[in-house]
Design a protein around this ligand. Structure first.
Ligand code: ADP
Ligand code: MG
Length: 629
């Protein structure tokens, strides 16, 4: 097989945008990863030591290079990807400048091992400060492996200019994400200081986003699609409430290249106008495809800034496509809590804020008696909802208890704060008359469990339907507030810790919330920047998917921070109860149903879930009668 790399003639080389290619370790990472992609690799490994200062190594299973090419590739303007000036306007590869390897070899110790699949022997080239030191045949696996050691060894000023390892590695990880996101058909792995931190198999675009950005994205991504003669747009946007103050999760690709384009970015962000605060940024993963001749990639040495032929037109297409998708997916009310509780991640409705109630009891008042325009609105409905409308949430809640008051004495004292003990008292039921003069909950008759979801019973001739999941959310929420303020949940130590991995941003937040998680029953220990060991959990959660539970809770926490400006304790209680409910099994039997009912009535605000929606629905006899008229 022949050699394929050649030196570009001067007239072409002179047209290549000049400038520094390697500014920091992340720039070398980008160039090496892109070379591996261009070589047709299906599996790419990135190994980083000391944030790239000591080692950056990229190994691929791509085309490999011939003996001569392995040496020539380190020359300036040596490339196999273009040959004449006209090629600059039909670029379909990541690279085309023939400068990256030359730039890297000038400022580091580089060792290249490569073999084409049909060659018997491979080639080793080692080079330092542009001086070739070795060039010889060796046995090597098919593909290419380039190790860049001691970056900037001969440019101390540049080396001293590097930021902390954390910042430099952050840049490396970002470059890795940009390449790996768009090349989802290629398997990628990333080793940081000998530890495998990312491994993602070949998959579709959506799965790749989820693999790299975190499983919580599963519920956040909404597809966008537009297919015209001059532009094809596809990818995913995210719900307005998932916007963040940071710009970090914005990915725009043109012709499979990550690009920075302020006008197109504005086209996307302005589609969210009025749906998110002006200083918040929506996350997006959008791919545009245009004719290669209509885009100029050769305007900066890093190939990240591009120029499009008709930018205004592109702006219009992109803006309207994103708007259409926001309208179709994120603003459709059916996508809310009601449609699929399992998929709902964030709190769309403002949560009821927790206020210790003060109760004034009117023993003669009974909302179950349907007197002149009674409090239940003369018919059925959520007690909470109907009364909230008339009096605001406190009044509705008080009225509810006043109605119960005639039958129960203890519940009033539970409101005054002593609810833990009472929630353990048995529930009084028709089948099990209680001798206890002080009941914790109203007397009920004929309790049933419907579809493992609704607890149905008759309380003082009113058909009472309890949504068991919402009830559990309320119960957990109040338990969590109690645990945060007074009595932490007992932690059950695990025999084998559960390992979880978070995105860097979520990992930082988890560290901030570690004490709150501890009070809520989670013993969490940081292993490295993004990995944590969960050493202990509340006893009742042995079969919970810990990774998802913690990850989703943190995401929920973030969106509450932004949407509702929740305080720390209230927010963590809200987020954890919401997410834990997603993983709870449906109610299995009457015993569980009764326990839920009992604990719900012992709550301070039993009729409303923390998300602000009703937990209890009442149907009056009158209304049933009307149904048959
Ligand atoms: P460019 O990518 O712009 O052509 P580079 O300096 O990055 O310039 O690479 C020079 C040449 O070396 C490429 O054109 C390609 O032929 C060859 N090359 C670089 N990396 C690899 C690789 N991982 N596998 C096969 N060939 C490679
Ligand atoms: Mg290249």
């Amino acid at each position: 097989m022949t050699d394929i790399i050649h030196l570009l003639p001067d007239n072409v080389a002179n047209q290549i945008a000049a400038g520094e290619v390697i500014q920091r370790p992340a720039s070398a990472v980008k160039e090496l990863l892109e070379n591996a992609v261009d070589a047709g690799a299906t599996d790419i490994q990135l190994i980083i030591k000391d944030a790239g200062r000591t080692l950056i190594q990229v190994t691929d299973n791509g085309s490999g290079m011939s003996f001569n090419d392995a040496r020539l590739c380190f020359e300036r303007h040596a490339t196999s990807k273009i040959s004449c000036a006209g090629d600059l306007f039909k670029i379909s590869t990541k690279g085309f400048r023939g400068e990256a390897l030359a730039s890297v070899a000038a400022i580091a110790h580089v060792e290249l091992k490569t073999r084409r699949i049909d060659d018997e022997l491979g080639t080793l080239v080692s080079i330092a400060g542009s001086e070739a030191q070795e060039h010889k045949p060796i046995a090597a696996p098919a593909g290419t492996s380039i190790a860049v050691k001691n970056l900037f060894f001969n440019v101390p000023a540049r080396r001293n200019f590097l930021k902390s390892d954390k910042i430099e590695f952050g840049h490396i990880e970002e470059e890795f994400f940009r390449v790996a996101l768009i090349h989802h058909n290629i398997a990628f792995s990333l080793y940081q200081d000998d530890k495998l931190t990312v491994k993602t198999p070949a998959s579709n675009f959506k799965q790749r986003i989820i693999n790299l950005m975190g499983t919580h994205f599963n519920d956040k991504l909404y597809p966008i699609e537009q297919d015209t003669e001059i532009i094809k747009i596809n990818g995913f946007i995210t719900k307005p409430e998932n916007a963040k103050k940071k710009k970090s999760e914005q990915y725009l690709f043109i012709n499979d290249r990550y690009v920075r384009h302020s006008l197109l970015n504005f086209a996307i962000e302005s589609a969210y106008k009025e749906l998110i605060p002006s200083d918040y940024k929506p996350a997006y993963f959008i791919r545009l495809y245009v004719e290669p001749g209509t885009i100029d990639i050769n305007i900066s040495p890093t190939k990240i800034d591009v120029k499009l032929q008709d930018e205004r037109l592109m702006f219009g297409f992109l803006n309207s496509t994103v708007k259409k998708s926001i309208g179709a997916y994120t603003l459709t009310p059916q996508l809310d809590f009601e449609s699929d509780r399992g998929l709902d991640m964030s709190l769309l409705a403002p949560p009821a804020t927790f206020k210790p109630p003060t109760v004034s009891v009117n023993p003669n008042y009974n909302p179950f008696e349907n007197k002149s325009g009674g409090k239940s609105g003369g018919g059925s409905g959520s007690y909470g909802a109907s009364c909230h409308k008339e009096h605001g949430s406190m009044a509705g809640w008080e009225d509810f208890l006043k109605g119960i008051k005639q039958e129960t004495v203890q519940i009033a004292s539970s409101i005054n704060g002593d609810m833990q003990e009472e929630s353990r008292l048995p529930l009084s039921g028709a089948g099990e008359p209680s001798n206890n003069a002080q009941e914790t909950v109203p007397k009920y008759e004929k309790c049933l469990l419907l579809a493992n979801c609704f607890i149905v019973c008759i309380i003082r001739d009113v058909l009472t339907v309890i949504d068991s999941m919402r009830a559990l959310e309320r119960i957990l929420y109040e338990n969590y507030l109690e645990a945060l303020q007074k009595t932490p949940v007992v932690i059950q130590q695990l025999l084998f810790p559960e390992m979880i991995t978070l995105t860097p941003g979520s990992a930082e937040l988890l560290l901030e919330l570690r004490e709150e998680f501890w009070k809520l029953g989670y013993d969490i220990e940081q292993i490295d920047r993004t990995q944590f060991a969960v050493n202990g959990m509340p006893g009742d959660e042995s079969d919970m998917p810990v990774q998802e539970l913690i990850e989703y809770t943190i995401e929920n926490y973030k969106s509450n921070q932004f949407l509702h400006k929740e305080g720390k304790e209230n927010n963590i209680a809200l987020s954890l109860c919401r997410q834990k409910c997603r993983f709870l099994k449906p109610v299995q039997n009457m015993e569980e149903a009764i326990s839920i009912m009992q604990r719900l009535f012992a709550c301070r605000i039993p009729d409303t879930a923390p998300c602000g929606k009703k937990t209890i629905h009442l149907v009056q006899v009158e209304e049933l009668k009307n149904l048959f008229h």
